[in-house]
Design a protein around this ligand. Structure first.
Ligand code: ATP
Length: 320
């Protein structure tokens, strides 16, 4: 079944004085996707997210959330999104329960339904034990969970999280990652900004790379890790004479020898379709190569990001 686009951003622009913080970006996110929003400091991530969260007015462009226009109909958009900013206002003299209760009332939960909803959210975010603690006295990780809890109160379809892992210790990061995974399994659409790439690579299925206010790349996280300049590298090892493998590569279309290893070779393929990789292995076996290793090479997300940044700066002169 074809899934609907839950977040649509088209030619979005926002300047602060002469600075083009967001410079004509477009992307679509489908229902249930978990998308990482990656960019260096100052790339425009927070500005974009704040516009999607209806907290900042774009200069031009279109934002639609679940079909509602963020500029013309911000209230409908707000009912669909949960916003988790990188830091949230900490009210003095307010306990966790009271804080969540205040927002639950604002979302119009009443009586027992309100208590039940707060309890559900506190259980999910591990706050039940801490419910009487003052929120201005919480650790960064605990505060982040309160912020997530608040964002989940009205059970939004879309979660926007701006640098949710920043400042968290490793244990708190794992806990947060687990919560995000559960929310994703429940079918929520999640858009997370971060520059801690290793974290995102484990939870996001899709990545949007942003550089100086422009989208540099949008695509599946898996492809990003495997693809380099439109090619994918396959590591092949065989039993027997390596000349056989070299000859085989020469004779077969769509493959190129990158370098030889002790028992095999790194082979580049242009066709990124998984079926082509399957066919390649079948052909090798059919041609009597004694294949003992056949694997797709993966880059780290950090390297993929650096490659994309390099490509964009090399081609950058054309866009001035
Ligand atoms: P970081 O990873 O450091 O949070 P970011 O990708 O979220 O960065 P933004 O916070 O969106 O980047 O900022 C993009 C650019 O716009 C930066 O150069 C920033 O200084 C500028 N900027 C953001 N908000 C404002 C503002 N209210 N007034 C002036 N300039 C701003």
């Amino acid at each position: 079944m074809k899934k609907d686009s839950v977040i649509v951003v088209n030619d979005l622009r926002k300047s602060f004085g002469k600075l083009k913080a967001v410079d004509g970006i477009s992307f679509e996110i489908k229902e249930g996707q978990v998308v990482g929003f990656i960019g260096a400091n100052g790339a425009g991530k927070t500005t974009t997210m704040r516009m999607i969260a209806t907290l900042e007015q774009p200069d031009s462009g279109l934002i639609k959330i679940c079909g509602f226009d963020a500029i013309d109909d911000p209230n409908s958009v707000r009912s669909k999104i949960g916003w988790v900013p990188d830091d949230f206002g900490r009210y003095n003299n307010l306990r966790i329960f009271e804080y969540l209760d205040f927002f639950a009332r604002a979302f119009d939960y009443r009586d027992q339904e309100r208590i039940n909803r707060i309890q559900e959210v506190m259980d999910f975010t591990g706050l039940t034990e801490l419910q009487d603690r003052y929120i201005d006295k919480l650790s960064k990780g605990q505060g982040q969970r309160v912020c997530l809890g608040r964002a989940l109160l009205h059970d939004p379809e879309v979660l926007l999280m701006d640098e949710p892992a920043a400042g968290l210790d490793p244990k708190a990061r794992v806990e947060l990652k687990n919560l995000i995974r559960i929310l994703a399994d429940e079918g929520k659409t999640i858009f997370i900004s971060s520059h801690i790439l290793s974290e995102l690579s484990e939870i996001c299925d899709t990545m949007v790379f942003l550089g100086e206010g422009k989208v540099l790349h949008y695509g599946a996280a898996d492809e990003l890790k495997r693809e380099s300049k439109g090619e994918m590298i396959i590591n092949v090892s065989i039993l027997g004479n390596l000349n056989q493998l070299e000859e085989w590569v020469e004779l077969n279309p769509g493959v190129r020898l990158v370098d030889l290893k002790k028992h095999g070779a790194r082979i580049a393929v242009e066709n990124l379709e998984p079926e082509f990789t399957v066919e390649l292995l079948k052909r090798m076996i059919h041609d009597k190569l004694k294949v003992i290793e056949f694997s797709r090479e993966e880059k780290t997300l950090e390297n993929a990001f650096v490659d994309i940044l390099n490509d964009s700066t090399q081609g950058g002169d054309d866009h001035e």
